[in-house]
Design a protein around this ligand. Structure first.
Ligand code: ADP
Ligand code: MG
Length: 287
């Protein structure tokens, strides 16, 4: 938890639903030149829904969905929640064990005498499984049981309504480079990036996001600052690496609140140019 004293004297921002852990971060915001955004839950809604189920030969949609739901039942990831929600059966009838969250990849659980694995293409590569080529521009959750490929679920997410406007406002406030990072596939990352007119790096693990932020920090001139904005889920290391780590809509995620320098109650991206403006106004008045 955060000592309340941290917020003393930062009244304007706290009234706007912004918790700033020290005035040095407000000052840093007045010098922000690069903003790096996480995709899922930050620029996109992070509210996924299953739009298509593609079973492998000799398997059915019901099998794909059942195995996926069993594996995802304890995961907090928005992809997991959408899969479990799509499953209409009674998940408690099935005995599973040993559930594991593979950060940036997916999940695994033991069911009967084999392991169910559900996740992205990177996870399949680790399992040495090559899925059939599916030309679907959606986030894919692949399902493997033991060593057998069972099928895939296509999962759709959409942009938040104010993402584009927030990026425009940030550039009007002097931010010269804005980049989106994602663990999602290149095809989905590029599609969202094109809609927003932003650059993107896709198929990144959490530690790759840290490396990207380090590289971008190296290109800053002295005194210039880089901010990272994420929803907190799996983003703790990269929140810590940025000059200014901003967690959005993060009430409820303790790890993110601890790792972030600034916590926005709102999950609307326009809160970011808003807090930059507050920082600039504060600077005029106080410093
Ligand atoms: P993002 O960078 O999009 O916020 P995360 O780091 O949370 O993504 O996850 C990266 C990728 O890992 C996701 O796009 C997804 O493909 C995969 N993934 C993570 N957790 C799960 C899960 N529980 N079920 C299926 N896939 C997952
Ligand atoms: Mg994320």
């Amino acid at each position: 938890s955060i000592p309340l004293g941290f917020f003393g004297g930062i009244g304007a921002s706290s009234r706007a639903g912004v918790l700033v852990k020290g005035s040095n971060y407000l000052e840093a915001l007045t010098k922000v030149k690069k903003i790096v955004y996480d995709k899922t839950g930050t620029l996109t809604q992070g509210k996924f829904s299953v739009t298509q189920i593609v079973p492998a030969h000799n398997h059915t949609e019901d099998e794909v969905l059942l195995l996926a739901a069993l594996a995802e039942q304890t995961s907090p990831h928005p992809i997991a929640r959408s899969i479990v929600q799509h499953f209409s059966g009674d998940i408690k009838e099935y005995q599973v064990d040993n559930d594991k969250e593979l950060v940036g990849l997916g999940v695994q659980v033991d069911y009967k005498d084999k392991t169910i694995s559900v996740g992205n293409i990177k996870l399949l590569t680790e399992l040495k499984i090559v899925p059939p080529k599916l030309d679907i521009a959606a986030t894919m959750a692949y399902v493997v049981y033991g060593n057998e490929y069972i099928g895939a679920l296509a999962i759709a997410d959409t942009l938040k309504p104010d993402s584009k406007e927030a990026l425009l406002q940030a550039s009007e406030l002097g931010v010269t480079e804005q980049v989106m990072l994602t663990g999602d596939s290149a095809i989905v990352g590029q599609q969202i990036a094109d809609e927003l007119g932003i650059t993107v790096k896709s198929e990144l693990l959490p530690q790759d996001k840290v490396t990207e932020v380090e590289k971008l920090k190296d290109t800053l001139a002295p005194g210039e600052k880089l901010a990272f904005v994420g929803d907190g889920l799996n983003d703790t290391p990269v929140l810590a690496q940025a000059d200014i780590g901003i967690a959005m809509g993060a009430l409820g995620s303790d790890a993110a609140i601890e790792a972030a320098d600034i916590v926005l109650m709102s999950d609307e991206p326009s809160a970011i140019p808003h807090v930059i403006k507050i920082a600039m106004r504060t600077k005029k008045i106080v410093w």
